[in-house]
Design a protein around this ligand. Structure first.
Ligand code: HEM
Length: 534
């Protein structure tokens, strides 16, 4: 019997192109070609003929080989593997892939950098994407995470502003300064909700030594729903078996020069060598009754739930054991989407998550050329797909019958009767309120957790953070931006601000007595988040 984890591999065989070594060269129409080195011309030295269909097809295809790169996370590396739960999670979720330890679910994972284009170097200071597609028996589930547990903004409506500030300048596509952006630091200093994630970005976590040695986080608070319809808040964590390891800045710089593919080569080589990378999936579970038990808002993606308050519970492991066969077809064309959920996993009202649930499908419609990209091999579910959707660019399925509902003439997909309870039902959360365009008061503390992160660092880690701030801010041309950023850092920690200021030629800020931190206890350090490495 086929193991469920092999189903994706078998399905991929069905998409395989005809064996190129199996016969002579043909055109796209299957007509054999006798000669592909010279175009059809009039005489020895005459013009090329329009009727040379082989020449025109070959050139035209080449001219259209590029598709747009992702607007963020353009550079990535991917691999296939499997996930298996340690035990049934039925108490909290009815998701089929989290029920039976003997069932392996196939996965595809893509790791990425965020800011740089497709051809940029791997070992830059940046967030890393950690996106996992589970090909479950109930349809695809995507956990589209990062290697930081917090994000830079609280509401997705700010995402275009944040990314425009992060990317090089619009007029010449060059960042201001040698490596830092005036625009990014301008944004950061004016938008203090970025501070917690910025602390992570200036730490060694932003230069992982290997994708195999990197944590992953779902970031948002999601919701598990069990078979009785009971909801539980959940945060997802991936912990690497090899521990968490970073490069130091000088190593990262050298790697960029010597091998810009350092991280993706490492992943590829390890899998080819049979050293399969492995991660443990853990969850922090919060009963719905405890929604307001924290001094931050669970819907605020700039906050972690300290593990001292809610321990991470290991629920399964993931192994990556197969490299893709074709970078473009698989790693490039894979389409992750936070809204790809399965029964038993649902959303919360986190405004960043809600925006993502719109944005991914929207961008993929243009990036992957129309509405049929779920038919591509890497995106195709192993679960059966029956829809009334038809036609559109790149339609490759041979549908038959009518395609509407209700339908008394035969054909068309019926609505799911739901009698066996297997259909997706949205969690019936009660919501009430006036329409407002305003950030909740519960989202307004931007400094406590940034300070908690700083306080959890060893002295040498603090030193690396100070040096990173000095390096980045020291390249910012606008002194007002340097000063304003250091002022904000003063609200995180006066000593941090003083040390950074001393290195970049701006005055240390006055202590701001109005700023108080809610989570300064050393007991709330992030020690347990470190995953065992340095
Ligand atoms: C791509 C993570 C926030 C829009 C990605 C990817 C990851 C990711 C891992 C790369 C997926 C791949 O490998 O193909 C995150 C995380 C976020 C976040 C963890 C915050 C917690 C946002 C927000 C938006 C957004 C707020 C917009 C409102 C996009 C877009 C892409 C992308 C447009 C490109 C997708 C594609 O072309 O396929 N994100 N992201 N992200 N993200 Fe996010």
């Amino acid at each position: 019997m086929t193991s469920p984890a092999d189903r994706k591999q078998e399905q991929r065989q069905g998409f395989r192109a005809d064996d190129p070594a199996g016969g002579p060269l043909t055109t796209d129409q299957g007509v054999e070609v006798d000669h592909t080195d010279d175009s059809l011309t009039v005489g020895d030295r005459g013009p090329t003929l329009m009727e040379d269909f082989h020449f025109r097809e070959k050139l035209t295809h080449f001219d259209h080989e590029r598709t747009p790169e992702r607007v963020v996370h353009a550079r990535g590396a991917g691999a296939y593997g499997y996930f298996e739960p340690y035990e049934s999670c039925a108490e909290f979720t009815r998701a089929a892939f989290l029920q039976d330890p003997s069932v392996r679910t196939p996965v595809f994972v893509r790791f990425s950098t965020v800011q740089g284009p497709k051809g940029s170097a791997d070992t830059v200071r940046d967030v890393r994407g950690f996106a996992t597609k589970f090909y479950t028996s109930e349809g695809n589930y995507d956990l589209v995470g990062n290697n930081f547990p917090v994000f830079f903004i609280q509401d997705g409506i700010k995402f275009p502003d944040f990314v425009h500030a992060l990317k090089p300048e619009p007029h010449n596509d060059i960042p201001t300064g040698a490596s830092a952006h005036d625009t990014l630091w301008d944004f950061v200093s004016l938008q203090p909700e970025t501070l917690h994630a910025i602390m992570w970005l200036m730490s060694d976590r932003a230069i992982p030594r290997s994708y195999r040695m990197m944590q992953g986080f779902g970031v948002h608070t999601f919701r598990f729903v069990n078979a009785d319809g009971k909801g539980t808040f959940v945060k997802f964590h991936w912990k690497p078996k090899l521990g968490v390891h970073s490069l130091v800045w000088d190593e990262a710089q050298e790697c960029q020069g010597r091998d810009p593919d350092f991280n993706r080569r490492d992943l590829w080589d390890a899998i080819e060598a049979g050293e399969y990378p492995e991660w443990e999936l853990g969850v922090q579970l919060v009963p719905e009754e405890d929604e307001f038990a924290f001094d931050f808002d669970l819907l605020d993606a700039t906050k972690i739930i300290p593990e001292e308050q809610v321990p991470v519970r290991p629920i399964g492991r993931m192994v990556l054991d197969r490299n893709p066969e074709n970078f473009f077809a698989e790693t490039e064309q894979v389409a992750f989407h936070t809204a790809n959920v399965v029964p038993g996993i649902d959303f919360t009202n986190d405004p960043l998550l809600q925006a993502r649930n719109f944005s991914y499908l929207d961008t993929q419609l243009i990036r992957l050329g129309g509405p049929n990209f779920s038919q591509l091999p890497v995106n195709h579910p192993v679960a059966p797909v029956r829809t009334n959707q038809r036609d559109g660019y790149h339609q490759s399925a041979l549908h038959s019958g009518t395609n509407y509902f209700p339908n008394s003439l035969g054909g068309g997909c019926p609505a799911h009767a739901g009698a066996d309870g297997s259909a997706y039902t949205h969690y019936a959360e009660r919501v009430d309120g006036a329409k407002i365009r305003r950030r909740s008061e519960s989202f307004k503390d931007h400094h406590s957790q940034a300070a908690m992160f700083w306080n959890s660092m060893a002295d040498w880690e603090k030193q690396h953070i100070v040096e990173a701030f000095r390096f980045e801010l020291g390249k910012v041309g606008a002194m007002t931006v340097r000063t304003r950023t250091v002022d904000e850092l003063g609200k995180v920690d006066p000593e941090l601000a003083t040390q950074v200021a001393a290195g970049i030629g701006v005055p240390a800020p006055e202590r701001d007595e109005s700023v108080t931190h809610k989570l300064t206890s050393p007991a709330l350090s992030l020690e347990s988040l470190r995953g065992g490495g340095s």
